[in-house]
Design a protein around this ligand. Structure first.
Ligand code: URA
Length: 438
């Protein structure tokens, strides 16, 4: 097969055959195709798209490019969750122990952050001693015993996605619905869960900026789940401001623990409950989303969710004392308060730019493999819609140097719009939920 013909076919808007897609993924996995040819096809796919059949074939080829994690020895219906990526999006650290605490096992592989959105694995690594590189055998043992494990992706899981994502990231080919859908679903299929809840972010801090594209991505992935025999629910949730108030690795761990202690309400709790309740629905543990939310809230009130979090820390070597003493978590020494330069109402936040501010502090990566400053980040003090007076604190920035703090503060000032009149409407937090039977 001549790969140039495949590139030209897609460039001209043609439909690729299963053999051509298979040839492509094999070449990506074994290194026989050069990066420039792979990148050309990626760009052609971004510009010309792929239909449902091509996207499903690409997904399955990618899922099969490495090992498949077999969770059958863990009893019960296993549920997984994936977010398309946002800012202060700490839901996994909250919902995984909560869902596990009501008896639905969560054996979850997560990734590191790249770009402005944080990764669960980076957050967990900010906990002294916590081991994310658990073996498959250990993961299955933890899954059988406590029903919870949060781990990094094993090396042989979807190698095609690892290679493709690294190239997409540097060739302007991330924002393609078929490529995002195949990337996410191939990992989730290979990770072995029976049911998957997808958190498709929509708004200024997300890949999908509007409801139409978020809905297209969500339905593409839900349909794919149906084809491959996995139950999938996609929740389209708002990313027009940071989800929680804490942005950064150890900072997000602190906020997640505060939610599990029942000390924090608001958007982060609401999205965590919505996703968690839909995981319980998929597992058949509850009959309605409301019932699921009530069960999860109950396990916040009675401390069972926090106890499950503690159990996870113990089993994976993390210091459990962090739960009572946040001083044991890293926090950068230099601190800068960012003050409002005028008074009025916060009408909007450019959330991607707030993510960019967090990268400036050292909490997020500018390039793959960049070491993070686990104690760096931002504590937001305001949400959109609220009134603010000149000189009032908008956010507090933490970093290792004054220069980095000031640079992050500049991004924050640009990201937050203050106007005289209150905005008439704020975008919804939960836009839509797409279930396979819908
Ligand atoms: N998250 C992924 O895992 N892959 C993408 O392509 C985009 C977001």
């Amino acid at each position: 097969m001549n790969f140039v013909d495949i590139i030209i076919k897609k460039r001209d808007g043609g439909k690729l055959t299963s053999e051509e897609i298979s040839f492509f993924v094999k070449g990506v996995t074994d290194g026989s195709l050069p990066d420039y040819q792979i990148s050309s096809l990626l760009m052609a796919i971004l510009l010309k798209g792929m239909d449902a059949e091509e996207t499903a074939q690409l997904t399955m080829e990618m899922a099969n490019s490495g090992g498949m994690f077999d969770l059958s020895s863990v009893e019960g219906f296993k549920v997984d969750k994936h977010s398309t990526g946002g800012v202060a999006d700490t839901t996994t650290l909250i919902l995984a122990p909560l869902v596990a605490s009501v008896g639905v096992p969560v054996v979850k592989m997560s990734g590191r952050g790249l770009g402005f959105s944080g990764g669960t694995i980076d957050k967990l690594e900010s906990i002294p001693g916590f081991r994310v590189d658990v073996t498959e055998e250990e993961a299955l043992q933890f899954g059988r015993e406590g029903g919870i494990v949060l781990m990094s992706q094993t090396d042989d899981l979807t190698p095609a996605d690892k290679n493709l994502y690294a190239l997409r990231d540097v060739t302007g080919t991330v924002d393609s619905i078929p490529l995002i859908a195949a990337s996410i679903m191939s990992k989730k299929i290979a990770a072995g869960a029976d049911g998957i809840v997808l958190d498709v972010k929509c708004g200024s801090g997300a890949f999908m900026k509007d409801l139409e594209s978020a809905e297209k991505l969500a339905t593409t992935m839900a349909d794919m789940g149906r084809h491959v025999g996995r139950k999938v629910t996609a929740v389209i949730s708002g990313m027009d401001q940071p989800l929680g108030m804490y942005i950064g690795n150890s900072l997000e761990v602190m906020e997640a623990i505060e939610v599990l202690k029942g000390n924090v309400s608001g958007d982060l709790l609401e999205v965590s409950l919505t996703l968690g309740a839909n995981m319980l629905l998929l597992a058949g543990k509850v009959n309605t989303e409301e019932e699921g939310k009530a069960l999860l809230l109950e396990n916040i009130r009675n401390g069972k969710g926090l106890a499950k979090f503690r159990e996870m820390l113990m089993q994976q070597g993390g210091d459990v004392n962090i739960i009572e003493n946040y001083d044991l978590l890293p926090l950068s020494k230099v601190k800068l308060e960012v003050k409002a330069e005028c008074s009025g109402y916060i009408t909007k936040m450019d959330t991607a730019m707030i993510g960019r501010a967090s990268q400036e502090t050292g909490a997020g990566r500018m390039f793959k493999g960049q070491p993070l400053d686990f104690g760096a980040g931002i504590i937001m003090k305001k949400r959109t819609g609220g009134a603010i007076a000149t000189g009032e604190t908008l956010a507090v920035v933490y970093s290792e140097s004054e220069e980095k703090c000031r640079s992050a503060a500049d991004f924050l000032q640009k990201a937050i719009t203050i106007e005289g009149n209150k905005a008439t409407e704020q975008p919804p937090l939960i836009w839509k939920i797409i279930r396979q039977e819908d």
